[in-house]
Design a protein around this ligand. Structure first.
Ligand SMILES: [Zn+2]
Length: 360
């Protein structure tokens, strides 16, 4: 049992770690969550849907390992079942980080059961827990099974979703997440035979102001203006278009004609299925509830009803494209079933009207 002072310190520590994870790019926006054990049966966790920059220590609810009930003003993260699963099976877990870190998440889309790596001349194995929809008991059970089976490891990849890393304290858990990402990045680079970066590179974006299109760059070509006009005409819900020309998105825009979700956040934020034109001047596919429009060899136009929304779509799309490229090069992958994609997408739209809110 921790003293009141120790618990206060833990509250502060969770916030410090969340900001460090943001800085390292291991978590983005409100995605992911962090927790710390208080005693055998309770832990502190980040609340649902609050940006890490806005978090204060007293906002963190205390959750019960046994039944997931909580005490506090704010609702715990929707992935608290997964944290409870780890705390109930692993006495070495005092601090847990759930991330959507890019390369480990991409490894989790390859359909592999584990990632074997060598770090500092030491062999390590990172298990991939079987897929289940986010927030479900089935997902927590799958993580639990992996944490029992792989009692030596403190990092578990969650298929098509992210990773969960833990340790004796904050520093331990943080270094587990970094260790996993280093190994996963090397693996993905090896598969792709190139260092495929995770980035968002802005091309020609635009926004709607009082019903008029404002192009954010004066040198926006006529050809691109037509694309923006087409999108706004077909999607009255869109008021911001972020043009992403990152390396991964450009590669997909040249070589692929169809994308199905490999990652949960892609299904939630981008949509359930994407058509990509395969020749210069081929018609664009602009569809309801699909928040990215590819143009041949020109990246993708990411849609939102705020600037934040559109940028969130651009970030999620970039990761999804890296996963897609990795699967193409690897020769196999595990796509999320269309049924699960529809469920997640609907649920997301119902619960989060603005994309700036959380994906858990
Ligand atoms: Zn998550």
């Amino acid at each position: 049992m921790k003293t009141k002072e120790e618990i206060e310190r833990l509250r502060q520590e969770i916030i410090t770690v969340s900001l460090a994870l943001l800085e390292q790019g291991l978590i983005v926006r409100t995605w992911g969550n962090i927790s710390a054990r208080i005693d055998d049966k309770h832990y502190l966790i980040t609340p649902s849907g609050i940006k890490y920059e806005d978090l204060t220590p007293e906002m963190l609810p205390i959750v019960s390992v046994d039944d997931n009930s909580y005490v506090g003003e704010y609702k715990p993260s929707s992935e608290s079942l997964v944290h409870s699963a780890i705390y109930s099976t692993r006495s070495d877990a005092e601090f847990i980080i759930h991330t959507h870190q890019v390369y480990a998440t991409c490894v989790g889309a390859l359909g592999k059961r584990r990632l074997k790596a060598e770090l500092k001349e030491k062999k390590v194995v990172f298990p991939v827990a079987a897929y289940a929809l986010p927030g479900t008991k089935e997902l927590a059970d799958n993580i639990k099974a992996a944490s029992i089976k792989y009692a030596e490891t403190r990092s578990i990849i969650m298929a098509n979703h992210g990773a969960i890393c833990f340790g004796h304290n904050a520093e331990d858990a943080f270094s587990e997440a970094i260790k996993l990402e280093v190994a996963a990045r090397k693996y993905i680079f090896d598969i792709c035979k190139t260092e495929i970066s995770n980035d968002v590179e802005e091309g020609f974006s635009s926004k709607l102001e009082e019903g008029k299109i404002v192009y954010l760059r004066n040198d926006t070509p006529e050809r691109v203006k037509i694309i923006h006009q087409t999108i706004y005409a077909k999607r009255p819900d869109v008021t911001y278009i972020f043009h992403n020309k990152s390396e991964a998105v450009m590669t997909i825009s040249r070589r692929v004609n169809h994308m199905r979700p490999l990652l949960d956040d892609f299904a939630q934020i981008i949509g359930t299925s994407l058509r990509i034109p395969t020749a210069e001047g081929a018609p664009l596919t602009v569809k309801k509830n699909i928040n990215a429009v590819f143009a041949y060899n020109d990246g993708a136009y990411c849609l939102g009803n705020t600037e934040d929304d559109a940028k969130a779509a651009a970030i999620v799309l970039d990761k999804g494209c890296i996963a897609h490229i990795a699967v193409m090069r690897f020769g196999e992958g595990r796509f999320i079933s269309l049924y699960d994609c529809f469920k997640m997408n609907r649920n997301y739209r119902k619960n989060y009207s603005v994309l700036a809110n959380s994906v858990k």
